[in-house]
Design a protein around this ligand. Structure first.
Ligand code: PGA
Length: 253
């Protein structure tokens, strides 16, 4: 972490906690948020509980993200949800281009760029996700792949936007990039941001099996500004421990 950027800990609930359990988790996280005044906390519940969670965390520092949206403002698109609808539901953030969307739902660099553009136009801050597959890492293409993914949208970003580096092989697998591996990729992303004048302000999160016991080491890297957490965001105790690890690093400066 770096003293000019406030750490951001985001929880991606994926397709879990879509009902009362989600509202209960949001409620429990309000207590955590009070303990971490120097950390931004964002949660990304499923669509079905976005508005309920937004209502639940009102008055706390927790912000709400959606996990996806359809990049048209309205229209005859049965089953889809627009960026303005997310705003109306209390979202201020949205995940864009998560690897599961790229892998299972046909998202490409072009569709990720389109969603980034539409999200920002609608007043949502995107957390745009990038990351290489295991095959790409093993063939030495990590930096080239991440640079290509970032270059598809970097010219659309504002100072508030966030990039999440999530190596696909580390997501949900219990394997994490070591701090040095993460820092190397974060530095490459930072260099691209610097060329756009966004290097100092843009937060770059690490994601992929972040847990309470590895969070501090990853967050200590100078170019790691927070974490995007999947599995460990589904319990207030484990997500809280990661947020507290970030707060501990800020406090020890
Ligand atoms: P994980 O998921 O923490 O369960 O690996 C991270 C993510 O997919 O954002």
């Amino acid at each position: 972490m770096n003293s000019t950027r406030k750490p951001l800990i985001a929880g991606n609930w994926k397709m879990y906690k879509g009902g009362l359990a989600g509202v209960e988790l949001a409620s429990a996280l309000k207590k955590v948020a009070r303990d971490v005044p120097n950390v931004d906390m964002v949660i990304a519940p499923p669509f079905t509980v976005l508005a309920a969670c937004a209502h639940e965390v009102e008055g706390s520092s927790i912000a709400i993200a959606a996990q996806n949206f359809y990049p048209k403002n309205e229209g005859a698109f049965t089953g889809e949800v627009s960026a303005p609808m997310l705003r109306d539901s209390g979202c201020t953030w949205v995940l864009v281009g998560h690897s599961e969307r790229r892998q299972y739902f046909g998202e490409t660099d072009a569709s990720v760029a389109e969603r980034t553009r539409v999200a920002i136009a609608a007043g949502l801050e995107p957390i745009v996700c990038v990351g290489e597959t295991l095959a790409e890492r093993e063939t030495g293409q990590t930096i080239a792949v991440v640079n290509r993914q970032v270059s598809a949208f970097v010219n659309l970003l504002t100072h508030h936007a966030v990039i999440a580096y999530e190596p696909v092989w580390a997501i949900g697998t219990g394997k994490t990039a070591g701090p040095n591996e993460a820092e190397e990729v974060h530095m490459a992303i930072r260099a691209q941001l610097e060329r756009r004048g966004l290097g100092m302000t843009t937060r770059i999160l690490y994601g992929g099996s972040v847990k309470a016991d590895n969070a501090a080491a990853l967050l200590a890297c100078p170019n790691v500004d927070g974490a995007l957490v999947g599995g460990a965001s589904l319990e207030a105790s484990t997500f809280g421990a990661i947020a507290r690890a970030a707060q501990g690093l800020v406090s020890s400066r």
